[in-house]
Design a protein around this ligand. Structure first.
Ligand SMILES: Nc1ncnc2c1ncn2[C@@H]1O[C@H](COP(=O)(O)O)[C@@H](OP(=O)(O)O)[C@H]1O
Ligand SMILES: [Mg+2]
Ligand SMILES: [Mg+2]
Ligand SMILES: [Mg+2]
Length: 301
């Protein structure tokens, strides 16, 4: 189909990035967490930067010459005084990931890594093709040791045509309301969807691919719903009011990041409610990959 090469590259890039994130989350040090510049400070870690550098590098290797990437992070804070040590840590992480993969046979300098991060500055738009990346969606969840996703999508003439969601902490089997983090459940899933081809889930190592389906539940009384873990991102009181009016009986399942879209795509729940607070403007990287993962089966014959 039309985007096979792009899909394969996106899965490769997101899987590599997810491995880097896993490693960092395991060894998370408080000093790896920085506050972003600007008024609305949000956390950012070496893994957000490392993931963005890796995905950007892999995509540029696979598609030299025709590259546009709209991504969340930039190198402004890293280039400030005192950023050198953290850049070195990111560079080391990126090179370790590239070495473990073995495909490219290169070692990046710190400047290469900063440039790779900054190649995500495209404005996107409704013409041509643009990659859309959230290198770690749910950084607050990542720092807490909870859910997060590497979210990568491709826009073609303004439409999302493929999406990959790597979810390193999502259990392979359904998250139920009663056991959202069942300790015996193996974790680490990757969802992918290509327009016209449906949505699939596999393990992070690329094995055990299965087609997934959204929930068939139509009666709100039998439905459960997802919302942000963070009440600053979505008004919990409003969603519970709406859920109540819809007749939903189940308690909300609160999870960080686009992992919610992955869980929805395989029918773990039936509804996702999100009510950002006044004045917040949603970013395309927070929804592009997740949206096609959920709707991937919609137009199949
Ligand atoms: N005030 C706010 N309202 C809504 N979303 C917000 C927000 N502040 C941050 N976010 C976004 O919410 C994303 C996480 O989604 P969720 O709420 O589903 O866990 C964050 O992605 P990052 O973690 O990539 O920055 C961030 O972009
Ligand atoms: Mg962020
Ligand atoms: Mg995000
Ligand atoms: Mg992010």
């Amino acid at each position: 189909m039309a985007y096979d090469k792009e899909l394969a590259a996106a899965i490769k890039a997101a899987s590599l990035a997810a491995r880097l994130c896993r490693k960092v989350q395991k060894a998370l040090l408080q000093s790896d967490v920085r506050s972003k510049h600007g008024r609305n400070k949000s956390p950012v870690t070496v893994a957000d930067y490392g993931s963005q550098a890796l995905v950007s590098f892999v995509l540029q290797q696979e598609f030299p010459g025709e590259f546009s990437l709209v991504a969340e992070e930039d190198s402004i804070d890293l280039r400030k005084d005192g950023g050198g040590e953290i850049v070195e840590r990111i560079t080391k992480l990126v090179n370790e990931s590239l070495t473990s993969d073995g495909s490219y046979g290169v070692s990046l300098s710190s400047e290469d890594v900063l440039k790779a991060i900054d190649s995500g500055k495209s404005e996107g738009g409704s013409q041509g093709r643009h990659w859309v990346l959230d290198p770690i969606d749910g950084t607050k969840g990542f720092v807490r040791g909870d859910q997060y996703a590497v979210a990568l999508a491709l826009l073609d003439r303004g439409n999302v045509v493929l999406g990959v969601l790597a979810c390193p902490n999502l259990p392979l089997t359904s998250i139920s309301v009663a056991h959202p983090h069942s300790p015996n459940n193996e974790v680490g899933c990757l969802f992918f969807a290509e327009v016209g081809r449906g949505t699939y889930m596999q393990l992070l190592d690329g094995s055990s691919t299965v087609k997934v389906q959204v929930s068939a539940v139509e009666n709100p009384e039998e439905a459960s719903f997802f919302e942000s873990y963070e009440s600053a991102h979505s008004m919990h009181d409003l969603s519970s009011l709406i859920a109540q009016k819809l007749g939903v009986k189940a308690a909300p399942i609160r999870m960080d990041s686009q992992v919610k879209y992955g869980a929805l795509s395989r029918g773990d729940g039936a509804i996702y409610l999100r009510f950002p607070r006044n004045g917040y403007r949603e970013k395309i990287w927070d929804h592009a990959a997740g949206s096609i993962v959920v709707t991937g089966n919609t137009y199949l014959s």
